[in-house]
Design a protein around this ligand. Structure first.
Ligand SMILES: Nc1ncnc2c1ncn2[C@@H]1O[C@H](COP(=O)(O)OP(=O)(O)OP(=O)(O)O)[C@@H](O)[C@H]1O
Ligand SMILES: [Mg+2]
Length: 364
């Protein structure tokens, strides 16, 4: 199911714009400041209910306007689902799915798995655990029905626990002991789903992606649950109680999970070149999209911002080979349309070009 229609109103420098993308590869090109990243940002917003560029919705609404509006249409054969989101200066969000108002961004997100790669992605991803956890949980959100509910429930308990650790009311030790049963129960379920997902992810990654790319052949993926393998979470919580109490937050649990990549025991961050790290990130994102497509009936979307400035010619060709492994609908932004031919050629997908100028589409 691909995004077959997109219309925007008052989104950054875009006053009003309508786009009819193809199922294959959509190239958005135009000069600096024309509105390319903004277009990708809008597609991302339509799925995530937030931007990948800023947490401040006010900086997205066009100057002097009161709100932005994004409309999309997801189409499969004859079936078409209209979706929309708007956000006002005051932060009021309106969501619509098939003409009905909805309050949950997760309903929108379920319909459309969207991942983005920008020139900054690789430093964020390899720079700290947060992006990696987000990546892992996006996959789980789409392939495991219970994951979202478990994650939300767990976060409520975590919040309670942290509030008690901070405020230290009378008997807070007993209260925390009480909460910890639920904390551990939910954490273990989350961990089980993550472990199973990582295992499927790994085999897909090695069988489908690495065979293509000699560069990432001997890579090792290691998962860390957020507490030590050889002890139970209940023990870890008890052992760390004093420290947590001092710091006012919970230091062990699935909210601290992470995974790392190494070659011969060395972290890739320490041995790979920037180009190699970027290629690895592309491979991971493509693996995730194709796994979602394999395990659900959803077609995912991959947004690639500023691709040519990000990669050398050789790497572009490898990225093209990688991308040919997923059925995702792809949006690539670039200043010049020609500079991505090395990526697009090996993909053998339907292609459509969009020229953006001052927030408008130029039709030829
Ligand atoms: N809230 C806003 N209202 C109006 N214009 C805005 C707003 N936010 C950003 N802009 C402008 O929108 C334009 C488009 O920005 P965008 O980042 O999409 O450009 P781009 O085509 O990706 O450029 P580049 O090639 O430099 O990455 C910029 O000129 C920017 O200054
Ligand atoms: Mg840009």
């Amino acid at each position: 199911m691909s995004l077959s229609h997109l219309s925007l109103k008052y989104f950054r420098n875009i006053e009003a714009l309508t786009l009819e993308p193809v199922d294959g590869v959509n190239i958005i090109y135009g000069a600096n400041g024309s509105g390319k990243t903004s277009l990708l940002e809008a597609i991302y917003y339509l799925s995530h209910g937030k931007s990948f560029r800023t947490p401040k919705h006010k900086s997205i609404i066009s100057h002097q306007q009161s709100q932005f509006i994004i409309h999309g249409r997801k189409t499969l054969h004859d079936l078409s689902i209209p979706i929309g989101i708007s956000k006002s200066q005051s932060g009021d969000t309106q969501l619509k799915i098939q003409g009905k108002a909805s309050r949950k961004v997760s309903d929108l997100a379920q319909l459309m798995p969207v991942q983005v790669i920008t020139p900054e992605s690789y430093s964020l991803f390899f720079g700290g655990p947060k992006e990696r956890r987000k990546f892992l949980d996006l996959g789980l959100f789409h392939v495991e029905h219970e994951f979202f509910y478990l994650w939300q429930s767990f976060n409520k308990v975590l919040k309670q626990r942290n509030a008690l650790l901070k405020s230290k009311p009378k008997n807070y030790f007993d209260q925390i002991k009480f909460w910890d049963k639920e904390f551990v129960r939910l954490a273990e379920q989350i961990n089980k789903l993550r472990l199973a997902y990582i295992a499927r992810f790994q085999s897909h990654f090695f069988d489908k992606m690495c065979a293509e790319l000699s560069l990432i052949r001997d890579i090792n993926i290691q998962f860390n649950a957020g507490w030590k393998d050889d002890e139970s979470l209940a023990d870890a919580l008890e052992k760390n109680f004093e420290r947590d109490s001092r710091q006012g937050f919970t230091s062990k649990g699935p909210h601290k999970a992470d995974f790392n990549f190494s070659v011969d025991g060395n972290s890739v961050e320490n041995i790979f070149s920037r180009g190699q790290l970027k290629l690895l990130l592309y491979a991971l994102k493509v693996t995730q999209n194709s796994l979602i497509e394999l395990e659900t009936d959803k077609q995912s979307i991959l947004l690639i911002d500023d691709l040519p400035s990000e990669l050398g010619e050789d790497t572009k060709e490898k990225v093209g080979q990688l991308l040919s492994h997923c059925r995702s609908q792809i949006f690539i932004s670039s200043i010049l349309s020609e500079s991505i031919s090395a990526v697009v050629e090996p993909m053998k997908r339907e292609l459509k070009m969009f020229h953006v100028k001052h927030g408008n589409l130029i039709t030829r």
